[in-house]
Design a protein around this ligand. Structure first.
Ligand SMILES: O=C(O)CC1=CCC(=O)O1
Length: 260
């Protein structure tokens, strides 16, 4: 599968699924890789050509020095589409993936059909949590924050019911390149995309987790109400809702993308 050069950074990209069908691009959350989409892949690849990738600073992609920004992440996506010679895709991004989707929907509308923005925010009113996390990771590595982060990703019920999935998610998080993780946290600490929302004209679905403390229902509601015509679906999940409620998440995505 290709490594695609985006302004000097090699990005790990995988293209799977139905040839000639509509294309859906998936974009990962902070501290996750393209593997986070595994629960959706079987269903989605039957209907779509699916592109997934590791955002710079993550997985098998390059980790150039920061600062990173939503604009940089968005331009990386456009470089992938140009390299693959793909004119237009639907977008599904979770958390940071949803933030990149907001940037793309506002700045490259001609390249995107429908947008799914899951468990995400457009703005953090207080950067303290991100600054504290940056300090803790600088001092103790990602392991120092891993249990707290996982408790935000998956509800206690799910963690008890699904210890192996929980352990896999923790292993994915702690394998993240530290420099890339820190550069992403720095980009999150200054996030403010509120002014972009009214510029998004693509049909948009916002997915939120009722138990998501990282990007709570109010953050999803801010996005829904800011994007003309956007709708919202609530799932019984914490932050990584595509893992915690994998079937309901897939159904929401397929339902939205196939509705006329
Ligand atoms: O990893 C977290 O703690 C939650 C999160 C916020 C933005 C993102 O991508 O993940």
């Amino acid at each position: 599968m290709p490594m695609i050069n985006a302004d000097g950074c090699l990005l790990n990209v995988q293209v799977e699924g139905r040839d000639g069908g509509p294309t859906l691009m998936l974009s990962n959350s902070l501290g996750c890789t393209l593997q986070m989409w595994e629960p959706q892949m079987r269903a989605l690849t039957q209907m779509f050509r699916v592109i997934r990738y590791d955002r710079r600073g993550h997985g098998k992609s390059g980790v150039p020095p920061g600062p990173y920004s939503m604009e940089r992440f968005g331009r990386d996506v456009l470089a992938i589409l140009d390299d693959l010679n793909i004119e237009k895709v639907h977008w599904c991004g979770l958390s940071m993936g949803g933030m990149v989707g907001q940037w793309l929907g506002a700045n490259a509308p001609e390249r995107f059909g429908k947008l799914i923005l899951a468990n995400t925010a457009c703005y953090y009113p207080d950067p303290t949590n991100w600054l504290n996390r940056i300090k803790a990771v600088k001092e103790g590595g990602i392991a120092a924050v891993a249990d707290t982060v996982i408790a935000g990703w998956l509800t206690a019920d799910f963690r008890e019911r699904e210890p192996q999935t929980t352990a896999n998610m923790k292993a994915m998080l702690t394998a993240s390149p530290v420099e890339g993780y820190l550069a992403c946290c720095e980009a999150l600490s200054t996030l403010d995309q509120r002014a972009l929302l009214p510029k998004i004209k693509s049909p948009t679905l916002v997915i939120v987790g009722r138990q998501d403390m990282a990007t709570p229902v109010s953050a999803g509601e801010m996005i829904r109400s800011g994007i003309p015509g956007a709708s919202m679906t609530l799932l019984d999940a914490a932050h990584i809702s595509n893992v915690e409620q994998s079937h309901a998440f897939t159904e929401a995505v397929v339902g939205f993308l196939t509705q006329r």
